[in-house]
Design a protein around this ligand. Structure first.
Ligand code: B1M
Length: 212
């Protein structure tokens, strides 16, 4: 079994204590940090999701897998992030109200930061008004990102974008949306300026939206 496969297995089985050592060993072997993230950890979370859907595991196992992935990302973080934090301006991000999923949102934050932005992370379960308040408090911020992971919080994303539009935020920021159930068509429908399917694409798009 390759080291990346061992990382994937550790995330899948929630081996919190082993994960950081395994990720470090995978790095020491010369594996690409992006491959450790994508093939190892994100791949494992997809397996976890499929097992949950098939009733083979339940919420506690999902939680421990998420905790394991977060610990693994801590080791990868310095290898993924760049060194020009803030050079491209500010980027506000949060997971919308009613939604507690933050791993994807955190990865987007990490990649956007590595693309030279100062990231203001509002966290999870963020009310629409909090997004609006943060935008108004940061008049130099040019891009805002909102994440939704549940089909049931797609409406919350719609409300969040609407609140930003109604408050006149579009004069200041471009709005990017993403998350597993979100599509380009849905982003267009709710009036977002951009949709990106993954964290890497989000970082590229953030620069484009900020005119960098
Ligand atoms: Co949840 N959960 N969960 N869960 N959970 C999913 C999303 C689910 C698909 C699992 C399944 O059934 N197969 C399912 C949703 C089904 C649906 O809506 N149709 C689901 C469910 C049902 C639930 C609960 C309702 C379960 C319950 O309580 N009965 C509950 C809801 C809680 C709530 O939010 N109110 C719940 C709870 C949880 C935990 C708390 C246990 C835990 C989250 C822990 C945490 O995040 N701290 C959890 C987990 C871990 C998952 C899965 C297994 C993994 C999510 C994840 O981190 N993926 C997930 C199954 C899956 O995704 N396959 C699942 C890895 C991550 C890197 O991917 O977040 O998609 P993702 O992010 C990607 C892209 O989407 C994109 O970039 C990222 C990486 O490149 N992206 C953006 C994300 N945000 C973006 C923003 C952008 C651009 C791109 O621009 C701003």
């Amino acid at each position: 079994m390759s080291k990346i496969q061992e990382v994937a297995q550790a995330v899948e089985l929630g081996k919190v204590k082993l994960i950081q050592g395994l990720v470090q060993e995978a790095l020491d072997e010369g594996n690409d940090p992006q491959a450790i993230l994508n093939e190892g950890m994100i791949g494992a979370m997809n397996v976890v999701g499929a097992k949950f859907q098939a009733n083979e595991i339940f919420v506690p196992e999902m939680l421990v897998a998420a905790k394991t992935m977060k610990k693994g990302v801590e080791v990868l973080r310095p290898h993924l992030a760049g060194d020009s934090i803030g050079a491209n301006g500010k980027f506000i991000i949060g997971t919308v109200a009613g939604d507690l999923h933050d791993i994807g949102k955190n990865l987007v934050a990490l990649m956007v930061e590595s693309a030279g932005f100062e990231v203001i992370d509002l966290g999870v379960d963020v009310p629409a008004e909090t997004f609006v308040k943060a935008i108004k408090e940061n008049p130099d911020c040019k891009v805002v990102g909102a994440s939704a992971l549940l089909t049931t919080t797609m409406d919350s994303l719609r409300n969040t974008v609407k609140a930003m539009i109604d408050a006149g935020c579009k004069d200041q920021v471009k709005i990017m949306v993403g998350g597993a159930p979100i599509t380009q068509a849905f982003a267009d429908e709710i009036g977002a300026d951009a949709y990106t399917p993954d964290a890497g694409a989000a970082a590229v798009k953030a620069k484009e939206l900020a005119g960098c």
